[in-house]
Design a protein around this ligand. Structure first.
Ligand code: MN
Length: 268
């Protein structure tokens, strides 16, 4: 049994299937860990979702910002003119089933010493603390509160974590961290907006994973979301988004032995 962690697929179905062939992925015994953003921007989001759903419990997906965006569109929280990459999902006969399934994805998955998450963990959080925050948000996403919560989330983008925060304010900040964060200036202070390479970042900005005294060093954190990083292995974390939807590549990291597989983007 092997476990392959894969970064942002973003509708790049053809490359995704080629990568699985390259890994010799066997759905009868292997597993996939997918770091969110399976959909949007690329050509075949619906096909990606249906294939992954068909793997049942062989595939573990965590929520990315593009899945949150889909949920907001589905519920009518957001209205956008250009949803061309998501329209096939929104018009699909199995839309309800797919959306219901996505609403039940976790924000993070922990197994032994590995954590899978879309963007990252607030540097001051321990892994158990992050799990607690994730569970609170997941409970809301699976309840009737989801509409009000997503509306709040899209209207507010606070960037300073504090344990004093309560209710939606707390949950929304935690959600932004799980699915959007790249840069911080301190263990509780996030900085949104910068998407480039950390080497070129404004003074004082640091990637969340290299903030001093980060409290999740107990685990290896596998994350996506940051295509400018490309595939990188740091001490205690692995960046998995190698920019497939931007014409670069899709990569897989095998948890058992650290083997890396890279498939060049094959999208039209
Ligand atoms: Mn993302």
């Amino acid at each position: 049994m092997s476990t392959y962690a894969i970064g942002d697929i973003q509708g790049c179905y053809k490359t995704f299937r080629r990568l699985l062939t390259r890994c010799e992925f066997d759905p009868s015994k292997d597993r996939l860990w997918i770091a969110g953003d399976l959909i949007n921007r690329g050509p075949k989001s619906l096909e990606v979702l249906r294939y992954v759903r068909g793997l049942g419990d062989r595939a573990i997906c965590v929520l990315g910002n593009h899945e949150i965006f889909l949920l907001a569109l589905d519920l009518g929280v957001l209205h956008r003119e250009d949803t061309r990459y998501l329209d096939p999902i929104l018009k699909a006969k199995d839309r309800q089933d797919l959306v219901h399934w996505i609403r039940h994805w976790p924000l993070m998955h922990v197994e032994k010493k590995h954590v899978l998450v879309h963007a990252g963990l607030v540097p001051s959080w321990t892994v158990p603390k992050a799990q607690k925050e994730a569970r609170a948000i997941q409970k809301i996403l699976r309840s009737h509160e989801i509409t009000d919560f997503l509306a709040y989330t899209y209207a507010h983008q606070e960037d300073r974590w504090s344990d004093q925060l309560r209710s939606f304010e707390r949950n929304a900040l935690a959600l932004h961290a799980f699915v959007h964060m790249r840069m911080c200036v301190s263990a509780n202070q996030l900085r949104y907006g910068y998407t480039g390479k950390p080497e070129n970042a404004p003074k004082g900005f640091k990637p969340w994973y290299s903030i001093k005294d980060r409290r999740s060093l107990s685990h290896t954190i596998l994350f996506g979301h940051w295509s400018a990083l490309g595939l990188r292995a740091f001490a205690n974390c692995i960046a998995l988004d190698s920019g497939c939807v931007w014409g670069e590549a899709l990569s897989a990291y095998r948890l058992e032995d650290g083997a890396i597989f890279v498939e060049k983007s094959a999208e039209d």
